[in-house]
Design a protein around this ligand. Sequence first.
Ligand SMILES: [Zn+2]
Length: 161
Amino acid sequence: MVIDGLEFARRQGCLAGQLRLGALQRLNDVLFDADGHLDYEIAGEMAGNNAFLKLRIEGPLRLTCQRCLGPMEFALDVSSRVMLVESGAPWPEDGQLGGLEDETCDAIEASRELNLLPLLEEEILLALPIAPRHEACQPPVVADLSGSVSPFAQLARLKRQ
Ligand SMILES: [Zn+2]
């Protein structure tokens, strides 16, 4: 998945396919399991002299709930636009990015060998909730098999004395 970024934008290239979740190492760290795949679409476009890549990634993910550590369904749906900056060209100020409406977008250095996989993975990671949690769930109950009294029970007893 390597393209010449600027060339791709100039000829308004289009790429679509499926990403295997198992191939996305960094994403795997936050997934409950890495079965399945996401659909992606990448389109190149020009706005004035600026080159952009439009990214769309969607599909189901299973995140790990930060409270109960169980699986949590998450419907990923990312649409974003990345500006390609020619190497040597001045880096755009935040407010100058996009060039289209007031849409926020990131800029990356245009490369003749732009690897799309890390780019897509980055966009996916940015779209995930920071601390995913079910709306209602309980923390896992840790079974106390040792038979010892918990510190809280001891404290309660002390208070009663
Ligand atoms: Zn949960």
